[in-house]
Design a protein around this ligand. Sequence first.
Ligand code: DC
Length: 218
Amino acid sequence: MQHHTVIAIDGPAASGKSSVSKALASRLGYLYVNTGAMYRAVTWLALRLGVDVGDAAAVEHLMQQAAFECVKRDGSSSFLVNGEDPADALVSPEVNAAVSQIATLQEVRRRLVSLQRDCALNQPLVMEGRDIGTVVFPETPYKFYVDASAEVRAARRAGQGLEDSVNQRDAMDKTRKESPLLIASDAQRIDTSHMSLNEVVDEIFSRLQAAGIRPPSA
Ligand code: DC
């Protein structure tokens, strides 16, 4: 199916891809879509309803019962679960601890990938995640893999005051059977360990300009 331009930003936990993707989308005038928030929202719902996140059949049942919707708010997309935005609860220690397990489940991925593809039917976007360049939009020519050393990533999370077992999540995300975190063969890898947010955004923006991408007003 024909879709608008998609800039795919993949990378491990706490690599800075959310801040980079948000700033890039704002500079380009594209919609920002955080797919990690979708896996987190499903996790939040399961925990709230007392569904065992390790029980694939129970989570599958939950997916069938729940209504999911992406809505546009101020240039970003929010993900509603049964009409509710989980907001700050998405980054709770409980969700952090369980989300990588939820993300291993085939039915969860199938449903969320379909919603993610729908996002690009109406507007161009910057989409961040783990499998955007490999699975969700493998045909997009604009793929970046944003990385940073393990030490820098742990420090960035600590600096945000968030409790998050980044290394454990990365290990699960990289070794799972369904759509593991991989660097797409045609992705441009950027090591942000020693770069500021603005430097990373400038770097990606200039590479996109060189590839012919222009903000709508330019
Ligand atoms: O980007 P994040 O840290 O908020 O993502 C939370 C988890 O969701 C991450 O540990 C793995 C999963 N995830 C995924 O499997 N595929 C994506 N496209 C995005 C996130």
